[in-house]
Design a protein around this ligand. Sequence first.
Ligand SMILES: Cc1cc2nc3c(=O)[nH]c(=O)nc-3n(C[C@H](O)[C@H](O)[C@H](O)COP(=O)(O)O)c2cc1C
Ligand code: SF4
Length: 362
Amino acid sequence: MSILFTPLKIGSISVPNRFVRSATHEYMADDEGNVTDNEVELYRRLAEGEVGLIISGHAFVQPSGKASPRQTAVYDDRFVEGLARIPAAVHGYSSLVFLQIAHAGRQTKERLCACIPVSPSAVYDPVSKVMPRELRGEEIRALITDFVAAAGRAKRAGFDGVQLHAAHGYLISSFLSPHTNRRTDEWGGPVEKRARVLIDVLRGVKAACGTAFPVIVKLNSTDFLDGGLTVDDAVRIARMLEAEGIDAIEVSGGMAEAGRGSVWPGLRSEADEGYFAENAARIKKAVKVPVFALGGIRTLAVAEKIVEEGRADLISLSRPLIRDPFLVKHFREGLTTKSECISCNKCFYPRGIRCAELTKKR
Ligand SMILES: Cc1cc2nc3c(=O)[nH]c(=O)nc-3n(C[C@H](O)[C@H](O)[C@H](O)COP(=O)(O)O)c2cc1C
Ligand code: SF4
């Protein structure tokens, strides 16, 4: 049997296979951020399709952290009842589901977050064309409290764990990056201080939800920016996180400002697949907790090789599961060809993610 269909423990829980649905914003919540029927059905189908661990799209922990229209909210207790519908649907199958909790930081617009976007430092973002406001010390402490409260809501809603979004230039990632974090107080400077927000959130969640409640992180391994976060920084952060009880690390990269995010278009050959897998391998060498490889993985054999060679323990997929939520089941049943996703990136559809290529064919 392929190693990809063997279980693996993440902290206190066992994932039935090595496939992870990487967090994918659904564009399906209502205007307030409440979970909708379409969203519940999306997660039910991923579970029916046998994805071992499903990670939700990023849910915002403060109103100022809203990144996008139709994004799911987790900043208030009133969202718990709706959120609970997702694990309830998933748990009809053997899959597990984590809520990804996030704050957009400066990668949003005033009209979306109804505020001047915030950041560790006032560094202009040429992509969102935003000059953010630097967070004050007491606001940083409130941010940590709000991440912890959001994790508590996820637990109450029945999610099996949470993923802290510390990638792609969003707020926690922008604290980690020396490009966007130019602070000289206790939240900026050397990597240990830049990682303090993330570490304090992790400590807070473990204290509030109990050490058995799994907390994992999606970590940038590079910003692709001169003066940005490097893979050496990421390795050090990974070690710090492990020392504080993180249960697993998903290795990603990119920042909108760099013109290179995490969703690379135009992947053609097997050599293009797994574009963050080498960085995952660097981190895997440094820690004992499970590591997820990510980025353009389309072929079963490529996924298998990454795990067999010990470069990562689990395989994360986003677009292939938009294309076909049953891909993992098809792989288990013997599909040997690759995902039909052509990495055209036309699935970012503001009325709900869907594969544009597939709709074209119908
Ligand atoms: C439509 C769409 C929405 C995404 N939303 C998120 C998100 O909410 N949080 C996140 O961390 N990554 C998000 N991503 C990035 C994916 O999780 C993944 O890192 C990236 O697409 C590379 O994996 P892939 O080649 O398997 O698609 C999104 C990607 C897509 C295509
Ligand atoms: S639109 Fe379809 S084929 Fe294109 S990247 Fe998205 S899932 Fe893949």
